[in-house]
Design a protein around this ligand. Sequence first.
Ligand SMILES: Nc1nc2c(ncn2[C@@H]2O[C@H](COP(=O)(O)OP(=O)(O)OP(=O)(O)O)[C@@H](O)[C@H]2O)c(=O)[nH]1
Length: 146
Amino acid sequence: MFNDTRVKLQIWDTAGQERFHTLSTSYFRGAQGFVLVYDITNLKSFQSITIWMNDIYEKAGDEVDVILLGNKCDKESERVVPKQKGEKLAWEYGMPFFETSAKENVNIEHAFSVLTKEILEKKSCVLHDLDIVSLKETKKRACCAF
Ligand SMILES: Nc1nc2c(ncn2[C@@H]2O[C@H](COP(=O)(O)OP(=O)(O)OP(=O)(O)O)[C@@H](O)[C@H]2O)c(=O)[nH]1
C-alpha cells in the first residue's frame, strides 16, 4: 500500500539467461523499473553491473528507475566487494543502493518499496505533465474555434 493505493507488482526474473547475455528485448520493453543484483562474494557479478546498466539505458531508456542490490550480505566472511564500492557505483549512476540478504530477509521489502515509490512518483509526474498538455490543447482548440 502506498498512500492508501494498492499497488500490484509484476516481477520478471531473468532465470539465468543473464549468464549468456542473451536477455530478450521483451525484458526491457515496457519495464518501469529494474532491480540489478550482484553477489557481494562474487567480484565478476559486481563488474557486470556496468554492462547491464548500459544495456538498460540503451534498451529501456535513461528515464527508467533502477536500484542496485549487493546480495548475500549474510556471508560477511566471504565478502570480496566492499560495501563502499557498491555505494560509489550507485552514486555514479544516481540510483538507490542496499545490501540485502534474500536468505535472511534483510532489506528486501525496503528495497522493493523504494523502487515502487520512485516508479509511482515518476508516473504521477508524467500524468501531471499530460494534464498540462491536454489543458493547453483544449485552450488552443477553443481559441481556433472563435
Ligand atoms: N547465503 C545466501 N545465499 C543466497 C542468497 N540469495 C541467494 N542465495 C543462494 O544463491 C544461489 C543462487 O540463487 P538464485 O536465486 O538461484 O540466483 P540467481 O542469480 O537468480 O540464479 P539464476 O536464476 O540461475 O540466474 C542459491 O543457492 C541460493 O540459495 C542470500 O542472500 N544469501
